[in-house]
Design a protein around this ligand. Structure first.
Ligand SMILES: [Zn+2]
Length: 596
């Protein structure tokens, strides 16, 4: 039988002892005493309480506890726990080749110390066990008594983890049942908050931003969180852990959209995070850490042409110069914040201290076609591609479309076309590289005039920085060479450079475990699009879960997901959350780069 910690804390004495009475071999008195020490914040606290009870017990009780253990490799093992544990280490008698040696060691040990040899065998090989026995049989009696009690405590921890952990996945299924429909409904409600009727358009620091933030804060409060808006316009909900003020695991994504966007980009990550906390709240469950859900105010950078403003502020990398950036109407970010009712001077206070943050998890639609092609609802992100952007300007010679012979022309637009083809060719054969020219303009721009000037954009991305930078160097070289050949000048202005960000290996493993526990094939993939996790990665370890979207379409009204995929994503996030083991936030960073 398995239960949740919440249920365990609420049990009467008889049920509690029935469940935990065998955690220490044939010694229900330990569970009886532990019952009075409820509630327990986590398995660790429960285990510690039980161990404390053993340590405080008189020596004859401790000895009785040691004596209650079966002999390793014994032919008759009554307790189910011990039988399974020993079988997993190859100690079940049927598989034992040198049973005689072990029997002799066992006898010598028992004669010497008065209790059987006890070892937490889980995960150990037979050779290790025999070696430990040979070493410990020559210990002084008091030393060995202490070692044996230590082993008993270790065994108890494995058993408690079994009792409490197995159920966590099953519990997740109940808690998240039907959440997909609710996620879709809320995404529809948010999608209706738009600057341009008939589309989804919600940019930074607009009345629609305020309205969306208000709705999200309401949902956060319903889910048991304290919700506030910070000085850059992020919505932050906090769900305290077993006691107030613990370091927090951050969950989230963004609330802003591009123009004429879909309903799920960004939003889905905020809504699923709220749903997970809501499920905890409904069960009255507190985790051994706090959970914070953040709806970032600006990720897309539509209004001020500067992306990730919200997450950079949280990460402590907000560039103050951004306050002077102007939108299309000439309003600076500083002015827009003030009009919105926020204090720009407060932005630096948003930056989190590393010791307060345990990690960051972001769920996001894939925005690409990989999961759909593999017929999978969710995937585990390995890294977020780095990017280089540039403006390329070609200056040629304009002239009459009828009078200038072809071989005397210096057509800027034709040169741009040739360079574009070279860019495409450079990226086409490398699966780890994508290159896009998304915007082009020619002047004077008349049907009967040879273009004298052409400007176009370049966007290069790769999960591997060297690949991207190498391609950029090659593209610059071929653009110049094409320019020389055609007698036009080529000016290249690199406007943006962002290195690739690796998701943390240990968080990928946590996500993979949750995916596998739900019976879904694990699929790792890189993210070609940028996300808030890129900015947060400078603060703490980050992990990302992708949810399949139809046709890989995003930044488009046709963006589409299913309720069942949304629910699967939420279940993965919920399982990761409930099994999450906080790491010491002050320990060295473990941001190893993901394998590709
Ligand atoms: Zn997004």
């Amino acid at each position: 039988m398995t239960v949740t910690l919440g249920a365990l804390n609420g049990m009467d004495r008889a049920a509690f002892v029935e469940l935990l009475g065998a955690v220490f071999e044939h010694s229900p008195w330990i569970a009886e005493a532990a019952w009075q020490r409820r509630p327990f914040a986590d398995v660790e606290a429960l285990h510690q309480a039980m161990v404390d009870i053993v340590i405080a017990a008189p020596r004859d009780r401790q000895l009785a506890l040691l004596k209650a253990h079966p002999e390793l490799g014994a032919s008759k093992i009554v307790a189910e726990f011990s039988r399974r544990e020993q079988a997993s280490a190859g100690l079940d008698s049927a598989r034992l080749a040198d049973a005689a040696k072990l029997r002799n060691l066992n006898r010598t040990y028992r004669e010497r110390f008065g209790f059987p040899f006890i070892l937490a065998v889980k995960g150990k090989r037979r050779e290790d066990i025999v070696a430990a026995m040979e070493e410990r049989v020559i210990h002084a009696a008091d030393d060995e008594f202490a070692v044996a009690l230590d082993e008993v405590a270790k065994i108890a921890r494995f058993r408690l983890d079994d009792i409490l952990a197995e159920d966590r996945v099953a519990a997740a299924s109940d808690a998240m049942e039907g959440v997909g429909a609710e996620l879709m409904r809320r995404a529809d409600e948010l999608g209706a908050v738009t600057e341009v009727p008939g589309t989804v358009t919600r940019t930074f620091l607009t009345p629609q931003h305020r309205e969306a933030a208000r709705m999200v804060m309401d949902w956060m409060r319903l889910a048991g969180m304290d919700a506030t808006m910070d000085a850059i316009g992020n919505v932050v909900g906090r769900y305290e852990g077993a006691k107030p003020g613990l370091p927090a695991l951050l969950l989230g994504s963004h609330l802003d959209t591009v123009r004429d966007a879909g309903k799920y980009d960004g939003i889905l990550g905020v809504l699923t995070a709220i749903a997970c906390v809501g499920a905890l709240h409904k069960r009255g469950e507190r985790l051994p850490f706090a959970v914070e859900v953040i709806g970032f105010g600006d990720e897309e950078g539509v209004r001020f042409q500067s992306t990730l403003l919200g997450s950079r502020a949280v990460a402590g990398t907000f560039d103050k110069a951004a306050l002077d950036r102007k939108d299309a109407d000439g309003i600076t970010l500083r002015e827009a914040l003030t009009v919105f009712g926020l204090d720009p001077a407060g932005i630096r206070m948003i930056a989190r201290r590393r010791a307060d943050v345990l990690g960051y998890l972001e769920l996001h639609i894939e925005q690409g076609p990989v999961l759909e092609a593999d017929n999978l609802p969710v995937g585990i992100v390995t890294s977020i591609a780095g990017g280089t952007r540039a403006n390329i300007e070609i200056a040629g010679m304009s002239g009459h479309a009828g009078t200038v012979p072809m071989k005397l022309r210096h057509d800027a637009l034709a040169a741009a076309a040739e360079i574009m083809l070279a860019i495409e060719a450079r990226a086409r054969d490398n699966p780890a590289l994508v290159a896009t020219v998304g915007r082009i303009a020619a002047s004077p721009g008349a049907t009967n005039v040879i273009p004298g000037k052409a400007t176009f954009s370049l966007d290069l991305r790769s999960p591997d920085d060297a690949t991207r930078l190498g391609a950029y160097t090659d593209i610059v070289a071929s653009a110049q060479s094409i320019g020389r050949k055609r007698g036009v000048t080529v000016a290249i202005d690199r406007t943006f450079e962002s290195p690739a960000v690796g998701c943390s290996g240990w968080l990928m493993v946590e996500i993979e475990r949750a995916v596998a526990a739900l019976g879904v094939t694990r699929r790792r993939l890189a993210s070609g699009a940028g996300h808030d996790a890129m900015a947060i990665a400078s603060l703490c370890d980050v992990g990302m879960i992708f949810v399949r979207c139809k046709g890989g379409i995003s930044h488009n009204p046709a963006e589409s997901i299913t309720a069942s995929d949304a629910e699967m994503g939420a279940r993965v996030l919920y399982n990761v959350l409930r099994k999450f083991q906080p790491r010491d936030a002050t320990a060295p960073r473990r941001n190893e780069r993901a394998e590709k």
